[in-house]
Design a protein around this ligand. Structure first.
Ligand code: BGC
Length: 373
């Protein structure tokens, strides 16, 4: 009985496939080349948004903007965060549930971009399109698009800001003593930020302008598990104790604002002078913008979440109508299996000097800048 039932199902499936082939005018989703459109779907379809745990303000803001923006565009929005514990497994479950519940597109800010292969195969089998948001998803052919700020450029800007800050704040010329921090190893962005920064910093380490006193320059040595502030603070505490009881620490490469503030706390607690110390950041978090205006943190990066969410919703709209999806990079983001067609936005470096201009369109941050001026 079982054999016969299976056989019948297979025959039905083949017939359905043949029918689709005849009637779809050659627009089958699987056959579509990178960057081109899949067949459209209902204008009020469900769209899933799976975001990681809330390791920085931008993730919190993105969730709110996706919910309101998708609903305004006429879609049903299913926005989920992975909880802080058991995050990877929970995010996998959330994505599977979105597929089962009939989402047509799922936007994913991955907790661990290397561990979604099974779920994305399930999505591809169900004809669900996947957009990797901010973080690339790796080792799977089933990621259709990537939308992010140019992460390598973020790293380059951070590296240059560190050099500029050292020259402006340290009160002395080269050589400068520095330490390096990178983000969480399970986030594909971490290596891209670090490599971008090292493109600028490595030649200066090689020619003696910069001295990494601890000798910890390999990315694995600089990693901050989970992007957690407490991990950055304890590594900074150890670095200071081991290397800087008599030597001066002039600066630190920090990949984001949360870690920058943890590093500042550590440096202050060690009784070091913060006014001659340079630390970089990223995300334009409220507390870091205040810190920059107060002359503590040196720089951050403005990656306007509003623009990134708007661009993602625009791409979803194009998929819905069966139009060609906007991409502006088809070379850089190799995920181990394919080059993922990407739409990259431009990050902006922010210091005290250009903060008013950089946040001209952000009433909240602009008010902080104006209040401090
Ligand atoms: C994002 C950063 C953020 C970090 C920690 C990265 O993937 O690009 O903006 O600071 O995750 O949440």
């Amino acid at each position: 009985m079982k054999r016969i039932a299976l056989g019948a199902a297979a025959v039905a499936a083949i017939a359905a496939l043949a029918l689709t082939g005849c009637s779809s005018g050659g627009r089958g989703g699987d056959a579509a080349p990178s960057g081109s459109a899949a067949a459209g779907f209902a204008a009020d379809a469900a769209i899933g948004v799976a975001l990681p745990d809330k390791t920085s303000e931008n993730w919190v803001l993105a969730g709110d903007l996706f919910k309101s923006g998708l609903e305004k565009a006429g879609f049903k929005a299913d926005v989920q965060y992975a909880p802080a514990s058991n995050t990877v497994a929970e995010q996998q479950n959330q994505i599977s549930a979105m597929i089962t519940n009939g989402a047509k597109v799922i936007v994913i800010g991955a907790k661990d971009g290397k561990q979604l292969g099974t779920q994305l195969q399930q999505a591809a089998d169900a004809g669900v399109k996947i957009i990797a948001y901010d973080r690339l998803i790796e080792n799977t052919p089933n990621v259709d698009y990537y939308v992010a700020f140019d992460n390598f450029k973020v790293g380059e800007l951070q590296g240059q800001a560190l050099l500029d800050g050292l020259a402006a704040r340290s009160g002395h010329g080269a050589p400068w003593n520095i330490e390096l921090f990178s983000g969480s190893p399970d986030d594909a962005n971490s290596a891209v930020f670090f490599n971008g920064a090292m493109k600028v910093l490595q030649p200066k380490i090689d020619d003696g302008t910069l001295k990494v006193v601890s000798g910890q320059t390999a990315i694995a040595q600089t990693a901050t598990q989970g992007w957690k502030a407490e991990n950055a603070q304890s590594r900074m505490d150890s670095l200071l104790t081991a290397n800087y009881t008599s030597a001066t620490i002039d600066g630190v490469l920090s990949p984001n604002d949360t870690l920058a503030r943890a590093i500042i706390t550590s440096v202050k607690q060690a009784g070091k002078d913060i006014s001659t110390f340079t630390v970089t950041g990223q995300d334009s978090e409220v507390e870091s913008v205040k810190s920059i205006m107060a002359g503590e943190q040196y720089s951050t990066i403005n990656k306007d979440t509003t623009l990134l969410v708007e661009q993602t919703i625009k791409m979803i709209g194009q998929l819905q109508k069966g139009e060609t999806v906007d991409v502006n990079d088809t070379e850089q983001y190799k995920n181990g299996v394919k080059v993922v067609p990407a739409y990259l936005l431009k990050p902006v470096i922010v210091t005290k000097d250009n903060a008013a201009e950089a946040y001209a369109n952000n009433a909240n941050l602009l008010a902080i800048v104006k209040a401090a001026q």
